[in-house]
Ligand binder design. Sequence first.
Ligand code: GLN
Length: 249
Amino acid sequence: MCRHLGYLGPAVPVASLVHDPPNSLVRQSYAPTDMRGGGTINVDGYGVGWYPAPGGPALRYRRAGTIWSDDNLVALSRVTVSGAVLAAVRSATVGMPVVDTACAPFTDGQWLFSHNGRIADWPESVVDVAKTLPVSTLLTLDAPTDSSLLWALVRSRLAAGGAPAAVIADVVSEVAAVAPGSRLNLLLTNGTVLVGTTWTHSLWVRSGDGAVVLASEPLDDDPRWREVPDGHVVTADVSAVDVQRIGRG
Ligand code: GLN
């Protein structure tokens, strides 16, 4: 399964999350510690999203390939400073294309989104769910992947005014109901709130000192890391972390 992380807090260099920690996202791409049978390494792509101006739209950089090979990203990450970051490394699900546009984060305006996992029995299991979207949306998915469909579902509901945590939890419940056995670990931010789910994969939270990090694996040995139990949605900002159970389908 892919690895992802989200950060909210004082502005920091992107490299302090993606490259520098002992268990950085770069390290998790070649030596993840907790893949739970979903592949072994995360070498099919990567992406980083951040906010050049607080309150403004997100900027996103994503590529297919191995994150450790990208010297341009190292240089960019050292000089790019942001108070909100969402980053991911990808292990492509068998049968899904290895292209830039299949890599998280997916973005629209202020939103950044990532999916760690897979939709079981793709694509047949979610045909009826996909039919709830306009044909034009289905024709312009970032890539023909399960993650892109999940993003289209989330994005359309956010655009309709849905609250982030409710949208994320509803999409997980609805997809899990029609595609049992799916792994639906979602991560979403707009730069001020961070929402993550655990649906058969790991998620850890570290909060304190006016900052919060959600990550598939702890980035370091800080004793403040707490594991989120499976089947939950976490809503976090710089001052509070709320964990709620998601109804199972
Ligand atoms: N199924 C998604 C993809 O192929 C996510 C993969 C993963 O989490 N390993 O992009």
